[in-house]
Ligand binder design. Structure first.
Ligand code: 2RA
Length: 344
């Protein structure tokens, strides 16, 4: 018997992607339930060749649900994930609410799959921030080979990271510019059309933003607390796909060719790297794909054992929905979860 899987936040960008990928990957579900706030009850969302009618997250009985893919925001997760976990339903949460909790494993299956065994403490597993997920997929094989000492990363994050509102704002502002209408600002503090904004999430006392801190904290939690990480997170006028310029310093020597060979064989990675026109991946080409693409691999002679690379991935897929479903697949593959239907 298969699993009963709920998608909470089913009407959002990531929730819709979760439904798409559950169907694409034939996840062993007997039933998939679309959940959202009372405002969305009754709406239809696509699933496979059909649709699901959205039900109310707050009134759903999770006692017969096996897995809840949660993408309903941090405050909803803070309130509901413990209650859902206490009903014996494993929550895989895409918000930042539980990522830094010592009792909650933060998982990218290609990076730290073994840490998933800790999930039973709260029945909650955290999905990383989208910009961290693609980064650690690329860092893990290189760290295993030559031990990363320091990471300097600049991110170029698409507006879909801000949800539908971000995408609508880019579209409307771009159209306004072309027809010479006044450009109205909305969720972003500055115009995003034909512009870039070095500000994602809120500012912290040290002048960094929470988005930049998340990359540091999550890389250390999943990969190695000894790695030094510094990040500049930038919003760019791209609809889907986050890009990252990454500078690395290693303990051991590693050439660009060695790094290319290692990444070519690494899980979740796809190397597209030729020093010629078009010999690299751009966000436009990664949208809808599962891979973490790595391009522009080259040595950095300004430091000892230095390397530069360009990392691109679909932030709604590997950055969120796909990783969450791969975590669910890992639970099943390792026999860490049984269907309540079977138990009955
Ligand atoms: C963003 N990483 O891109 C954040 C949340 N998805 O806005």
């Amino acid at each position: 018997m298969g699993f009963r899987v709920a998608v909470a936040g089913a009407t959002g960008n990531v929730g819709r992607e979760m439904l798409e990928i559950l169907s694409e990957r034939n996840f062993p579900a007997d039933e998939v339930i679309a959940l959202a706030s009372s405002r969305s009850v009754g709406k239809e969302v696509s699933f496979g060749d059909g649709t699901l009618t959205v039900k109310n997250l707050e009134t759903h009985d999770f006692s017969d649900t096996d897995i809840c893919l949660m993408s309903a925001g941090g405050s909803v997760s803070q309130k509901w994930s413990p209650k859902i976990g206490q009903q014996g339903c494993v929550v895989i949460d895409n918000s930042s609410a539980w990522r830094y909790n010592a009792d909650v494993p933060l998982i990218v299956p290609e990076v730290n799959a073994d840490a998933i065994s800790e999930f039973s403490r709260k029945n909650i597993i955290a999905n990383p921030n989208c910009s961290t997920a693609q980064l650690v997929v690329a860092l893990k094989p290189l760290h295993d080979a030559a031990v990363i000492k320091r990471v300097v990363v600049s991110t170029y994050q698409s507006v879909s990271g801000s949800g539908k509102d971000g995408m609508d704002e880019l579209f409307n502002q771009t159209r306004a510019v072309f027809v010479n209408d006044p450009v109205e600002k909305g969720i972003y503090t500055k115009r995003i059309a034909f512009n870039v904004i070095p500000h994602i999430d809120s500012f912290m006392e040290d002048g960094y933003t929470k988005e930049e801190w998340k990359v540091l904290a999550e890389t250390k939690k999943m990969l190695d607390p000894k790695i030094k990480v510094t990040c500049t997170a930038v919003r760019v006028p791209v609809f889907i796909g986050h890009s990252e310029a990454v500078n690395l310093e290693f303990e051991k020597e590693i050439t660009a060719e060695q790094a290319r060979d290692i990444l070519r064989d690494a899980p979740g990675c796809l190397v597209v790297d030729k020093a010629e026109d078009g010999g690299y991946v751009t966000p436009h080409e990664c949208a809808g794909e599962d891979a973490t693409y790595i391009s522009r691999i080259r040595e950095d002679a300004t430091v000892e054992n230095g390397l530069n690379m360009w990392v691109v991935s679909d932030n709604l897929r590997k950055g969120a929905a796909l990783n969450a479903i791969q975590i669910a697949e890992l639970l099943v593959a390792r026999g860490l979860i049984k269907s309540k239907n079977q138990a009955a």
